[in-house]
Design a protein around this ligand. Sequence first.
Ligand SMILES: [Zn+2]
Length: 210
Amino acid sequence: MKSYEKLLEGNKLWAEEITQLDPEFFKRLEALQQPNFLWIGCSDSRVPANEITNTRPGEIFVHRNVANLVVNTDLNLLTVLHYSVEILKVKHIIICGHYGCGGVKAAMTNNDYGIINKWLLNIKDIYRLHKTEVDTLGTEQERYDRMVELNVREQVINLAKTSLIQKCWKEEQRPFLHGWVYSLGNGILKSILEMPPGSAIDPVYQFENL
Ligand SMILES: [Zn+2]
């Protein structure tokens, strides 16, 4: 069997299994999606949103990119964010990073990765912002791990900087923002930062008259 055929065979088995357990499952989802969560995670194949949270199709709206970044000029991310907040009305947004993230590691080097440099620049900026703290850590591993955590933290704050989130916080007291880090080593998620609706943000980022 060719490698990709395994996926199609796997799909048949999966659909049969679900239909046996819950005959109406696909009909229900075909009619409507009502996820409570938006997940912004890393594209890394080892960190799939549904599997690691033990959830099923229909429960999480997902956006993934290299190193789970929230970049304010990224039309793809902004479209997903806008759609999930305004139309799907999600109650929670989760930024999920992971230890051992290749994107964070690459950003900490001086290697030239071509066009990828432009994306990684966002992580280099976070390092510069937290250089004093990160450089006090004794080993390279500790510095990478801390950068993964700080990256998640800054991406949650990037969400809170948007007028979209600030307006929704004010008018509808949602969504709750979460920053999590996943361990490839033991499969466990750790909370790094929680920002409930109305959380304080630096005044320079606050919009008036929303
Ligand atoms: Zn990653």
